[in-house]
Design a protein around this ligand. Structure first.
Ligand SMILES: *Cc1c(COP(=O)(O)O)cnc(C)c1O
Length: 378
């Protein structure tokens, strides 16, 4: 493909930092760069503690362990999300309860959450789709009144905010992804954000195989031992080094992506005004991070036609999630509570256009030109 859907971010210092780890013979977890990444996230978001993990998937699994989710519990989330959002809770024996999304943001419809709550409900998992915040004030208020834990899937939300608060820092837990398809990357990786001190000690232990090795390394205990069930959720410092090069240039990357987003938005608005496509919506209280730029076609058939047309012109677009409730595992481990008015319908007509750091204006203009051609718009 001449214009790819995604190109992993690279800023220039990545190799130097990785080389430094190799030469210092410090390549395991929790080295210098992991500490720098954690500190960067803590400063940027204001959380009590950020812990770099092997993935956002693992950060979500850690949150499910810390929240003591167990067999028979119910966890509310949208069906329009990545499998990891649901897996983390299903792995602990919980039942996933899906509610419909809002068609304007593709985020969970906050107005439908309360009616899905039962005495078994333990947590709500808002997913900030495209780095656009969910209606967090309403969600936090519901959680407070029903004594529920909130775990934000902010995989796509690094550098984005809701009412000035960083996504991932509002709920009890927040999860970031640094997968190569995300705005900031370490190949595979993520972070668990802990808003309050409450869970910090246990989180550190669970991430280090259920041991107090971290305290040992700090000289606070003379030998380390098994404290509680845990696993290995910490990444190699080489991966952390790759990420740090990008976090240092986070503003530059963010602004570059926002420029692309705005260029698409401006160029495609005439098609929207003619009623040919729909464009993303960002609520006033949200500052997004241009994680993606999507359009909505009339329906599934039209979208498939557009995918074919762009692909035949050397441009790679991407559809997105197939709603989880209709998947094989979804049928077994989940329930869609209430009506599926928008989840399936909107997911079938959404199409993501190429978006990455250092995408050129010429390439954006070419994508736009081909979309216009497809719609016979001139
Ligand atoms: C990317 C993504 C994940 C998974 O992230 P990994 O780091 O690959 O585990 C989870 N949830 C959402 C919404 C995502 O976009």
């Amino acid at each position: 493909m001449r214009i790819n859907f995604n190109v992993p971010p690279y800023t220039g210092c990545e190799f130097d930092y990785i080389k430094e780890c190799v030469e210092a013979q410090k390549i395991c977890g929790d080295g210098k760069y992991t500490a720098l990444d954690n500190e960067w996230i803590e400063k940027k978001t204001g959380v009590s503690k950020a812990l770099l993990t092997t993935s956002c998937t693992h950060a979500t699994e850690m949150a499910a362990i810390l929240a003591e989710i167990k067999e028979g519990d119910e966890v509310i989330m949208p069906s329009y999300t990545f499998v990891s959002t649901a897996n983390a809770f299903v792995l602990r024996g919980a039942k996933v309860v899906f509610v419909d999304i809002r068609p304007d943001t593709m985020n969970i419809d906050e107005k439908l959450i309360e009616q899905a709550i039962t005495p078994k409900t333990r947590a709500i998992v808002p997913v900030h789709y495209a780095g656009v915040g969910c209606e967090m004030d309403t969600i936090m208020d519901i959680a407070k009144r029903h004594n529920l834990i909130v775990i934000e899937d902010a995989a796509q939300g690094v550098m984005a905010s809701y009412k000035g608060k960083a996504l991932g820092s509002i709920g009890d837990f927040g999860n970031y992804s640094f997968h190569e398809t995300k705005n900031y990357s370490m190949g595979e990786g993520g972070a668990l954000l802990l808003r309050d001190e409450t869970y910090v000690d246990n989180a550190i232990i669970i991430r280090e195989k259920g041991t107090n090795r971290t305290l040992y390394k700090l000289g606070k205990v003379d030998k380390y031992s098994w404290i509680m069930p845990g696993s290995s959720f910490l990444p190699s410092d080489m991966n952390a080094a790759y990420l740090y090069a990008q976090l240092q240039k986070a503003d530059e990357i963010n602004n570059d992506r926002l420029d692309h987003y705005n260029r698409y938005m401006e160029a495609l608005t005439p098609l929207k005004e003619k009623g040919l496509i729909e464009l993303p919506f960002v609520p006033e209280e949200c500052q997004h991070n241009a994680h993606m730029f999507y359009i909505k076609c009339k329906d599934f058939e039209e979208r498939q036609g557009l995918i074919k047309y762009l692909t035949s012109n050397d441009i790679l677009p991407a559809s997105h999630y197939v709603p989880l409730h209709s998947s094989k595992a979804g049928l077994k481990y989940s329930e869609f509570r209430g009506e599926d008015r928008y989840t399936t319908k909107e997911s079938e007509r959404l199409l993501r256009l190429p978006m990455y750091y250092k995408l050129t204006n010429e390439d954006i203009d070419e994508v736009v030109m081909r979309v216009k051609e497809f719609y016979k718009f001139n």
